[in-house]
Design a protein around this ligand. Structure first.
Ligand code: 9PG
Length: 530
């Protein structure tokens, strides 16, 4: 076989070279593969659910903006990396379509394309690397197989069909609105009705707020009385400064090397902070929180903003950051119990494997396709957008043997939704390919046709066959996702200047607060129409 690369660090002999097509495993802190000639594409894998995963050209991506969101959208330690960078696994594609994959089998590992070298490095100590060469599907499945041996494979529970409250009224939910929605969904074949963000007092204070006067136990009871399972969203590893949690336990939070609080990003118009999952008292609090929501009656849990547990910083007990996160996740998993269907979101990918049932594999969809400012000026592929979400989900399908893949919800409604029929259909087909069906559409927004389309979708069990990287056969229909994938060209001249100004403006907390207020005002208008 004519293999278009040389093994450099740390390969002493030729025998390993001959075995590359079968896949080899090497233990080393650093690893280098020298490419002969230029590959055509680079596979980059973003750190957490919301970060971009895609085959791209060989250029480094421009620094994503605004920087204030780096901790919650990318791995902040590599947000300014000049070389093309990938978390745990990277690959190059050669002219003939064959790929060379370098993937870690351990945590805290990174892959770089350094001119003509594909390099891997562990942040601390030695670790295992998988190297495979050949056809893309075969190589990825060999890699997945090795990951499965170390982290565990997909749980046997089937993926439930979920109605999730987020993508219709966002935080503007209340007891009455949800109760109406649950009634309206009565005859549709959902397995889980999941309450998303908007029920809690504060990020950090996980008790029902004044919009849920009956309390969460009663809400869960109402869901269960319809014959469905009750689902709940929480973001247990972050908190805002105004929460009681932060006020009472400022020492439970992650700090940077200068002793300042480490940022976990900015959302809901407020800065976010990260819980230190090596702090014994914080771990105990997490375990109690999981037990509490179980006693309320929820047995589908969507734990979100989980990246916060693996951010760089100074921890009470020094350990590699992804190991610290995994430890926290394990404590929560044990406390909630194995019978819960556990969905991780905003989650670092590899360190979550084996501890959850499903994983969000993309950023959020949205009721529109993409926002030009976000994409062109901020070069941000993690912001909620249906195009961003489909792109990244398609590039994470290889995780399928390891975990249920949640590509986020699908839209059927035309009310309060700017997606075209084709765009909605791409999303629906993506859900079929990932075998995870969810929506947030409010029943009162449906036309009778839309309602029947949703019913048919929930009942479908199609035969799926992958024809090429972006083309699938779903029963008798051929679906081509290729048009979704391309990223915009590099900016030049006046557009580059506009982007710099826009990026600078967007990096101010007042800009983010205005954005948040505008969003809330728009929601209030919609809520009044219900
Ligand atoms: C609730 C929501 C929903 C949603 C989650 C998460 O900036 N970002 O990149 C970003 C992406 C997603 C996101 C928030 C911010 O939404 O994915 O399903 O539960 O939280 O607040």
């Amino acid at each position: 076989m004519n293999i278009p690369f040389n093994l450099i660090t740390p390969f002493p002999d030729r025998t390993t070279f001959d075995k590359v097509a079968e896949g080899i495993i090497v233990t080393s802190k650093n690893i280098s593969l020298e490419l002969q000639g230029k590959p055509s594409r680079f596979y980059r894998h973003g750190w957490q659910s919301w970060s971009l995963a895609a085959w791209t050209d060989l250029r480094p991506l421009p620094i994503q903006k605004p920087a204030i969101l780096h901790p919650m959208q990318v791995d902040p330690a590599y947000a300014r990396e000049k070389r093309p960078h990938s978390s745990w696994v990277g690959a190059v594609e050669f002219e003939d379509g064959k790929i060379l994959l370098l993937g870690s089998l351990g945590l805290d590992a990174h892959v770089f394309l350094n001119d003509k070298q594909l390099e891997g490095t562990y942040e601390t100590g030695n670790g295992e690397w998988f190297i495979g060469y050949g056809d893309e599907t075969t190589v990825f499945s060999k890699y997945t197989n090795e990951l499965g041996k170390r982290f565990g494979t997909k749980t046997r529970k089937p993926a439930p069909r979920v109605w999730c409250s987020w993508y219709s009224l966002y935080t503007a939910i209340d007891e009455k609105i949800l109760s109406n929605a649950f009634n309206g969904l009565r005859d549709l074949p959902f397995d889980v009705l999941q309450i998303d963000d908007g029920w809690q007092i504060k990020i950090g204070d996980w008790e029902a707020n004044s919009k849920f006067p009956l309390g969460m136990k009663e809400v869960a009871g109402r869901i269960k009385s319809t014959g469905r399972q009750a689902g709940l969203w929480l973001a247990p590893l972050i908190a805002v400064k105004s929460s009681k949690l932060f006020w009472n336990h400022p020492d439970w939070f992650l700090h940077d090397k200068h002793g300042q609080l480490a940022s976990a990003g900015f959302n809901w118009g407020e800065p976010l902070y990260a819980l230190d999952t090596t702090h014994p008292a914080a771990l105990e609090w997490l375990a109690q929180l999981m037990k509490k929501v179980r006693t309320w009656g929820f047995n589908y849990l969507k734990l979100d903003f989980l990246y916060a547990g693996a951010l760089p910083g100074k921890r009470r007990q020094e350990m590699p950051r992804e190991a610290a996160y995994r430890n926290g996740l394990q404590v929560m998993r044990e406390a909630m119990g194995a019978d819960v269907f556990f969905l991780t979101c905003g989650a670092p990918i590899l360190p979550s494997l084996g501890l959850c049932d499903a994983m969000r594999i993309s950023t959020d969809v949205a009721a529109d396709w993409e926002n030009r400012n976000d994409v062109v000026y901020l070069q941000n592929y993690a912001v909620p957008s249906t195009r961003n979400a489909i792109r990244t989900s398609l590039h994470r399908r290889w995780l399928d043997p390891l975990v249920h893949l949640d590509p986020d919800v699908t839209y059927f409604r035309s009310k309060e939704c700017a997606l075209s029929a084709e765009q909605k259909s791409l999303l629906q087909n993506l859900a079929l390919i990932c075998d995870f069906k969810a929506t947030s559409d409010l029943p009162q927004w449906f036309t009778s046709d839309e309602r029947e389309q949703l019913r048919a979708f929930l009942k479908r069990k199609p035969k799926i066959r992958q024809i090429s990287r972006y083309v699938f056969q779903i029963d008798n229909e051929v679906v081509d996702f290729s048009s979704v994938v391309p990223l915009p060209q590099e900016l030049k001249g006046i557009e580059a200047v506009q982007a710099a100004v826009f990026g600078w403006l967007a990096n101010h907390d007042w800009a983010l607060k205005i954005n948040d207020q505008m969003g809330k005002a728009a929601l209030e208008k919609i809520r009044k129409t219900l």
